[in-house]
Design a protein around this ligand. Sequence first.
Ligand code: TYD
Length: 137
Amino acid sequence: MKPIKNIDIIEIPKITDPRGNLAIIEKEVLPFAIKRVYYLYDVPSTSFRGGHAHKEQKEFLIALSGSFEVSLTDGKQKQTVTLNKPNVGLLIGVGIWRELENFSSGAVCLVIASDEYDENDYIRNYDEFIEYKNQSS
Ligand code: TYD
């Protein structure tokens, strides 16, 4: 299967130290200026989060603690990424439907976003997403 364009796994620069590691997101690590940070925590293992795509907003997801799976599709190709390292993140570009599931106990999903919250930027219905992709391709 072809990989999805518009997503990327990015390793976050870190300073390892016997006292504990330090990971840094600055400068050119992300291809956008950071406008918002939010996080999911206390997520039941049976929960599904996400279930939407964005028109303009890009997001970078990190499992700060624990693990979870992100299922992605551009409407044609599908891919699942497991995030389980605090120094590796998933960059999701525009026009990608994502679903998050299988959260481990204690998992924290940090999301770094290129825009402030705007409900108008969301596509929350899968059929509408497919229609949107067909129109824009
Ligand atoms: P939702 O998009 O369903 O979260 P997720 O994709 O992580 O499962 O958002 C849940 C609710 O929170 C929804 O009513 C929108 C609101 N919300 C904000 O008000 N601000 C935000 O920055 C985010 C991400 C969500």
